[in-house]
Design a binder for this molecule. Structure first.
Ligand code: MGP
Length: 198
Protein backbone atom coordinates (compact mmCIF):
# COMPACT_ATOMS: atom_id res chain seq x y z
CA UNK A 1 0.00 0.00 0.00
CA UNK A 2 1.20 3.51 -0.81
CA UNK A 3 2.28 5.72 2.10
CA UNK A 4 -0.64 7.71 3.51
CA UNK A 5 1.18 11.03 3.01
CA UNK A 6 2.22 10.24 -0.59
CA UNK A 7 -1.25 9.03 -1.49
CA UNK A 8 -2.78 12.29 -0.36
CA UNK A 9 -0.33 14.32 -2.43
CA UNK A 10 -1.14 12.20 -5.48
CA UNK A 11 -4.90 12.21 -4.99
CA UNK A 12 -5.19 15.98 -4.55
CA UNK A 13 -3.40 16.78 -7.81
CA UNK A 14 -5.43 14.75 -10.33
CA UNK A 15 -5.82 16.19 -13.83
CA UNK A 16 -9.57 16.65 -13.81
CA UNK A 17 -10.34 12.91 -13.72
CA UNK A 18 -12.07 11.47 -10.68
CA UNK A 19 -9.73 9.00 -9.00
CA UNK A 20 -10.98 6.05 -7.01
CA UNK A 21 -10.48 6.55 -3.27
CA UNK A 22 -7.38 4.93 -1.77
CA UNK A 23 -8.57 2.13 0.45
CA UNK A 24 -6.90 1.44 3.79
CA UNK A 25 -5.95 -2.03 5.01
CA UNK A 26 -8.81 -1.91 7.55
CA UNK A 27 -11.56 0.32 8.95
CA UNK A 28 -10.87 2.76 11.78
CA UNK A 29 -13.25 4.70 14.03
CA UNK A 30 -12.83 8.14 15.57
CA UNK A 31 -14.37 8.63 19.01
CA UNK A 32 -14.79 11.73 21.16
CA UNK A 33 -15.04 11.96 24.94
CA UNK A 34 -16.03 15.30 26.40
CA UNK A 35 -15.50 15.58 30.14
CA UNK A 36 -15.05 19.35 30.01
CA UNK A 37 -18.38 19.92 31.76
CA UNK A 38 -18.79 16.76 33.80
CA UNK A 39 -22.23 15.88 35.09
CA UNK A 40 -22.24 15.19 38.80
CA UNK A 41 -22.12 11.47 39.49
CA UNK A 42 -21.85 10.52 35.80
CA UNK A 43 -20.04 7.23 35.26
CA UNK A 44 -16.77 7.16 33.33
CA UNK A 45 -17.47 6.93 29.62
CA UNK A 46 -20.97 8.39 29.75
CA UNK A 47 -19.88 11.15 27.34
CA UNK A 48 -17.83 8.83 25.10
CA UNK A 49 -19.23 8.88 21.54
CA UNK A 50 -18.41 7.03 18.36
CA UNK A 51 -18.10 9.77 15.73
CA UNK A 52 -17.04 8.40 12.34
CA UNK A 53 -15.79 5.18 10.77
CA UNK A 54 -13.56 5.50 7.71
CA UNK A 55 -11.54 3.27 5.41
CA UNK A 56 -10.01 5.56 2.80
CA UNK A 57 -7.05 7.93 2.85
CA UNK A 58 -9.24 10.74 1.54
CA UNK A 59 -11.81 10.40 4.33
CA UNK A 60 -9.01 10.32 6.88
CA UNK A 61 -7.51 13.62 5.68
CA UNK A 62 -10.88 15.31 5.48
CA UNK A 63 -11.78 14.22 9.03
CA UNK A 64 -8.39 15.17 10.39
CA UNK A 65 -8.39 18.61 8.76
CA UNK A 66 -11.95 19.48 9.65
CA UNK A 67 -12.34 18.00 13.10
CA UNK A 68 -9.79 15.80 14.73
CA UNK A 69 -7.01 18.22 15.66
CA UNK A 70 -6.27 18.16 19.39
CA UNK A 71 -5.18 21.82 19.44
CA UNK A 72 -8.81 22.76 18.71
CA UNK A 73 -10.02 20.97 21.85
CA UNK A 74 -10.81 22.38 25.29
CA UNK A 75 -9.26 20.79 28.39
CA UNK A 76 -10.59 17.45 29.61
CA UNK A 77 -11.53 16.10 26.22
CA UNK A 78 -10.17 13.07 24.38
CA UNK A 79 -10.09 11.94 20.77
CA UNK A 80 -9.65 8.24 20.06
CA UNK A 81 -8.87 6.47 16.84
CA UNK A 82 -9.42 2.73 17.25
CA UNK A 83 -9.73 -0.20 14.89
CA UNK A 84 -13.36 -0.51 13.91
CA UNK A 85 -15.09 -2.97 16.23
CA UNK A 86 -12.90 -2.22 19.25
CA UNK A 87 -14.28 0.19 21.85
CA UNK A 88 -11.74 2.41 23.64
CA UNK A 89 -12.53 0.93 27.04
CA UNK A 90 -10.84 -1.56 29.36
CA UNK A 91 -14.11 -3.49 29.18
CA UNK A 92 -13.79 -4.24 25.46
CA UNK A 93 -12.71 -7.90 25.06
CA UNK A 94 -9.78 -6.90 22.79
CA UNK A 95 -8.54 -4.37 25.36
CA UNK A 96 -9.34 -6.30 28.55
CA UNK A 97 -5.92 -7.98 28.85
CA UNK A 98 -4.08 -5.05 27.35
CA UNK A 99 -2.36 -1.89 28.36
CA UNK A 100 -1.00 1.35 27.00
CA UNK A 101 2.22 3.19 26.21
CA UNK A 102 1.95 6.86 27.21
CA UNK A 103 3.73 9.88 25.79
CA UNK A 104 3.33 13.15 27.68
CA UNK A 105 3.54 16.42 25.84
CA UNK A 106 3.95 19.97 27.09
CA UNK A 107 3.27 21.97 23.95
CA UNK A 108 0.00 22.10 21.99
CA UNK A 109 1.81 22.54 18.68
CA UNK A 110 3.79 19.35 19.02
CA UNK A 111 0.72 17.47 20.30
CA UNK A 112 -0.94 17.89 16.87
CA UNK A 113 2.21 16.61 15.15
CA UNK A 114 2.66 13.63 17.47
CA UNK A 115 -1.01 12.69 17.03
CA UNK A 116 -0.93 13.04 13.25
CA UNK A 117 2.30 11.07 12.87
CA UNK A 118 0.91 8.30 15.05
CA UNK A 119 -2.39 8.22 13.13
CA UNK A 120 -0.57 7.97 9.79
CA UNK A 121 1.61 5.14 11.12
CA UNK A 122 -1.46 3.25 12.34
CA UNK A 123 -3.64 3.55 9.26
CA UNK A 124 -0.57 3.02 7.05
CA UNK A 125 0.14 -0.21 9.00
CA UNK A 126 3.70 0.77 9.82
CA UNK A 127 3.93 -1.32 13.00
CA UNK A 128 5.16 -4.87 12.43
CA UNK A 129 2.88 -6.03 15.25
CA UNK A 130 -0.11 -4.09 13.91
CA UNK A 131 -2.49 -6.91 14.89
CA UNK A 132 -1.50 -6.29 18.51
CA UNK A 133 -2.64 -2.66 18.46
CA UNK A 134 -6.11 -1.45 19.52
CA UNK A 135 -5.81 2.27 18.85
CA UNK A 136 -4.61 5.64 20.02
CA UNK A 137 -6.04 8.22 22.45
CA UNK A 138 -5.09 11.88 22.69
CA UNK A 139 -6.02 13.56 25.97
CA UNK A 140 -6.05 17.34 26.29
CA UNK A 141 -5.48 18.31 29.90
CA UNK A 142 -4.84 21.55 31.79
CA UNK A 143 -1.68 20.18 33.34
CA UNK A 144 -0.13 18.04 30.63
CA UNK A 145 -1.48 16.65 27.37
CA UNK A 146 -0.82 13.04 26.53
CA UNK A 147 -1.09 10.34 23.92
CA UNK A 148 -1.70 6.70 24.77
CA UNK A 149 -1.20 3.80 22.39
CA UNK A 150 -3.45 0.92 23.48
CA UNK A 151 -2.31 -2.63 22.77
CA UNK A 152 -3.76 -6.09 23.34
CA UNK A 153 -1.59 -8.59 25.19
CA UNK A 154 -0.01 -6.61 28.04
CA UNK A 155 1.87 -9.62 29.43
CA UNK A 156 3.73 -10.17 26.14
CA UNK A 157 6.72 -8.06 27.04
CA UNK A 158 8.65 -8.65 23.81
CA UNK A 159 5.75 -7.45 21.65
CA UNK A 160 5.07 -4.43 23.84
CA UNK A 161 8.73 -3.40 23.90
CA UNK A 162 8.92 -3.67 20.15
CA UNK A 163 5.78 -1.53 19.72
CA UNK A 164 7.04 1.04 22.22
CA UNK A 165 10.43 1.34 20.48
CA UNK A 166 8.84 1.62 17.07
CA UNK A 167 6.39 4.29 18.25
CA UNK A 168 9.21 6.43 19.68
CA UNK A 169 11.09 6.08 16.42
CA UNK A 170 8.04 7.09 14.35
CA UNK A 171 7.33 10.21 16.39
CA UNK A 172 11.02 10.93 16.98
CA UNK A 173 10.53 11.03 20.75
CA UNK A 174 13.65 10.88 22.93
CA UNK A 175 12.30 10.76 26.46
CA UNK A 176 11.45 7.60 28.39
CA UNK A 177 7.94 6.28 27.92
CA UNK A 178 6.13 3.85 30.21
CA UNK A 179 3.71 0.95 29.66
CA UNK A 180 0.80 0.40 32.06
CA UNK A 181 -1.42 -2.67 32.28
CA UNK A 182 -5.14 -1.76 32.25
CA UNK A 183 -5.54 -4.38 34.99
CA UNK A 184 -3.26 -2.36 37.29
CA UNK A 185 -5.14 0.89 36.54
CA UNK A 186 -8.44 -0.87 37.21
CA UNK A 187 -7.30 -2.24 40.56
CA UNK A 188 -5.45 0.84 41.80
CA UNK A 189 -6.88 4.06 40.39
CA UNK A 190 -3.92 6.08 41.61
CA UNK A 191 -1.50 3.66 39.91
CA UNK A 192 1.23 5.61 38.13
CA UNK A 193 4.01 3.03 37.97
CA UNK A 194 4.53 1.31 34.64
CA UNK A 195 5.47 -2.31 34.08
CA UNK A 196 7.78 -1.65 31.11
CA UNK A 197 9.68 1.36 29.87
CA UNK A 198 11.64 2.18 26.77
P1 MGP B 1 -7.25 7.49 32.70
O1 MGP B 1 -7.79 8.58 31.88
O2 MGP B 1 -6.81 6.26 32.04
O3 MGP B 1 -6.10 7.92 33.67
O4 MGP B 1 -8.32 7.12 33.80
P2 MGP B 1 -5.33 9.24 33.86
O5 MGP B 1 -4.55 9.43 32.64
O6 MGP B 1 -4.64 9.09 35.12
O7 MGP B 1 -6.46 10.32 34.07
P3 MGP B 1 -6.88 11.71 33.46
O8 MGP B 1 -7.52 12.42 34.62
O9 MGP B 1 -5.69 12.42 32.92
O10 MGP B 1 -7.88 11.35 32.41
C1 MGP B 1 -8.82 7.99 34.79
C2 MGP B 1 -9.97 7.30 35.45
O11 MGP B 1 -11.04 7.16 34.53
C3 MGP B 1 -9.68 5.87 35.92
O12 MGP B 1 -9.13 5.79 37.18
C4 MGP B 1 -11.05 5.23 35.87
O13 MGP B 1 -11.78 5.57 37.01
C5 MGP B 1 -11.66 5.89 34.66
N1 MGP B 1 -11.41 5.11 33.42
C6 MGP B 1 -10.49 5.37 32.47
N2 MGP B 1 -10.58 4.45 31.50
C7 MGP B 1 -9.74 4.41 30.31
C8 MGP B 1 -11.58 3.61 31.81
C9 MGP B 1 -12.15 2.48 31.15
O14 MGP B 1 -11.74 2.06 30.05
N3 MGP B 1 -13.18 1.88 31.77
C10 MGP B 1 -13.65 2.32 32.99
N4 MGP B 1 -14.66 1.67 33.55
N5 MGP B 1 -13.14 3.39 33.62
C11 MGP B 1 -12.11 4.04 33.04
Amino acid sequence: MAEVGETMAASSGGEGGVEAPHRLERKWTFWFDNQSKPKQGAAWGSALRKVYTFDTVEEFWCLYDQIFRPSKLPANTDFHCFKSGIEPKWEDPECANGGKWTVTCNRKASLDTLWLETLMALIGEQFEESEEICGIVVSVRQRQDKLALWTKAASNEAVQMSIGRKWKEIIDFNEKIVYNFHDDSRRDKSNRGGRYSV
